[in-house]
Write a new protein. Structure first.
Length: 504
């Protein structure tokens, strides 16, 4: 087993990996940019090395600096976390060439699966169902027009070199194609260094469901079930749960076996995720493979009891996976909310700033994976993810009820976050009933907007009065809070305003 591991990441995932190392008696080593000098992961690590200025291109994305830090620390392995260099085959290859161990799949597997069109080819060879579309990047606009006509609209343009919603454009008609093609290529080039794009037939209102896989270097691969990831904004997940509200054991097993076949075809080991789209008839289609630990891995851990980071480290150290497929059991339900420094009222705009007060929730079934603390200044240079709130319950409804309570308890002052938005989502009938697909948030915001415009003048005046009272109560404290009681609906505000008028 390793004695010392360098964690090539920041924020909550670096903290998560540090804690796994401590559990295993391994010395954790952190790296940081100048903007992260006082970050929580730096404070928790036994050693920490500065990589350089705040921009990620000069710090967390600098392969040479990270490897030099690992050598200087005499670390034996590097854990990439997620994001940054986690799915960069050149990084994994450089780590190997430096005589260190990359905690993840081989660089060859990352390379094969990182290109989305090559991944589709692998999936087809593994007899996985795929959405109609291209298996290679499109060469030019005329070729795109021809192929799109053959498949039929709507189509979804996607970056061949990456995911996360970047370089993705929905094209509903031929008239939209040229502008969408230009924007998709430009965004893909900016995000991934490659403007290559391809397209798939766009599925109307699909669910986004993924399968967690785990394999060792000796060919033994299992799946740990599904995660429902349909609640998204800008094609990026914000709420995830295990199991899916579909809760179809037969579907889970079929998807799991397809995921294992794809992993075998790609020569994959360590932790990974095979993503699928599922239509309203429960037909599923291969989407992509994430060759890393997922942000949402805690919900799988809460339901299966398997520590995925620990297993990643064990597998990287050459140990055999000691779980058989029959050993994997799913108990209860877990839901995760990604807590972002974003303003949901203004299209989830990032809101950097200083956290003036922080009191995370606790209690039965609650897990808080956080990378921040009171007094921490959230920098504008990186993804605005602050942490993750995870709740477990014996049933999905119990997990939802615990999440509601935890969100109401959550105190995070000084900056805008997505906490108030989640308080409303977890009281929405459509969400509670599990009627989810990738268009859920758009529908929810539309319904919410409709209600808030029913009595706009009354709501405005009520909001002004509430704001004055709130300021008076909290004159000596921060002017930005996320721990107020859940935001009342327009109907409640109207009722209170009417009652107030009747008493004047």
């Amino acid at each position: 087993m390793f004695r010392k591991i360098l964690i090539a990441n920041r924020g909550e995932i670096a903290v998560r990996i540090i804690r796994a190392c401590r559990d295993m008696g391994i010395t954790p080593v952190a790296v940081y940019s100048e903007a992260d000098r006082q970050a929580l992961h730096v404070r928790l690590a036994d050693e920490a090395y500065c990589l350089g200025p705040a921009p990620s291109t000069e710090s967390y994305l600098c392969i040479e600096k990270i490897i030099n830090a690992a050598r200087g620390a005499k670390a034996e392995a590097i854990h990439p976390g997620y994001g940054f260099l986690a799915e960069n085959p050149e990084f994994a290859k450089a780590v190997e060439q430096a005589g260190l161990v990359f905690i993840g799949p081989s660089w060859q597997a990352i390379d094969r699966l990182g290109d989305k069109t090559r991944a589709r080819e692998i999936a087809i060879r593994a007899n996985a169902p795929v959405v109609p579309g291209l298996t290679r990047p499109v060469g030019n606009l005329e070729e795109l027009r021809k192929k799109a006509h053959e498949v039929g609209y709507p189509i979804l343009l996607k970056a061949a070199a990456g995911g996360g919603g970047k370089g993705m454009r929905l094209v509903s008609t031929p008239d939209e194609l040229e502008a969408a093609f230009s924007m998709a290529r430009s965004e893909a080039e900016s995000a991934f260094g490659s403007g290559a794009v391809y397209f798939e037939k766009y599925l109307e209102q699909p669910r986004h469901i993924e399968i967690q896989i785990l394999g060792d270097r000796y060919g033994h691969i299992i799946h740990l079930g599904e995660r429902e990831c349909s609640v998204q904004r800008r094609h990026q997940k914000v709420i995830e749960e295990c199991p899916s509200p579909l809760n179809d054991r037969e579907l889970r097993e079929r998807m799991g076996q397809v995921a294992i076949r794809v992993a075998r075809e790609a020569g994959y080991y360590n932790a990974g995720t095979v993503e699928f789209l599922v239509d309203r008839h429960k037909h599923f289609y291969f989407l992509e493979v994430n060759t890393r630990l997922q942000v949402e891995h805690p919900v799988t851990e809460m339901v299966t009891g398997v520590d995925l980071v620990r297993e990643q480290i064990r597998i990287a150290a050459g140990e055999r996976l000691d779980l058989q497929q029959a050993d994997v059991q799913w108990h209860g339900s877990a839901i995760e909310c990604r807590i972002y420094a974003e303003d949901a009222e203004h299209n989830f705009m990032p809101c950097p700033g200083t956290i003036t007060r922080l009191r995370p929730p606790a209690g039965p079934g609650i897990r808080d994976d956080s990378g921040v603390f009171s007094g921490w200044h959230v920098p504008l240079h990186y993804d605005p993810l602050l942490g993750k709130l995870i709740a477990w319950g014996r049933t999905r409804l119990e997990a939802i009820e615990r999440t509601r309570r935890a969100l109401d308890e959550y105190v995070l002052d000084g900056i805008q976050t997505t906490i108030p938005f989640y308080r409303e989502v977890f009281r929405d009938d459509e969400f509670v009933q599990g009627k989810l697909d990738t268009g859920y948030i758009e529908r929810f915001r539309y319904r919410r907007g409709q209600h808030s415009n029913v009595v706009p003048e009354l709501v405005r005046d009520a909001a002004l009065i509430a704001g004055v009272l709130q300021c008076a109560r909290r004159a000596s404290s921060s002017n930005t809070s996320n721990h107020a009681k859940p935001v009342d609906s327009a109907w409640k505000l109207q009722g209170r305003w009417t009652l107030l008028n009747s008493r004047l």
